[in-house]
Design a protein. Sequence first.
Length: 52
Amino acid sequence: MASNTSATRVKRKNKHESQGRRRKNKLAKRSTVSTTELFAALGEPGKPAPRS
């Protein structure tokens, strides 16, 4: 059976790795904007673009 210290170190390492993974997943969730959001500033199709 492993010592309490080594078990704690492994748990800490796993926790830090999963926290990093959670952070990266949260950032990657909306990395790409939709086409609606991308072209929203250009106005509706067939109509002149709104003035800034």
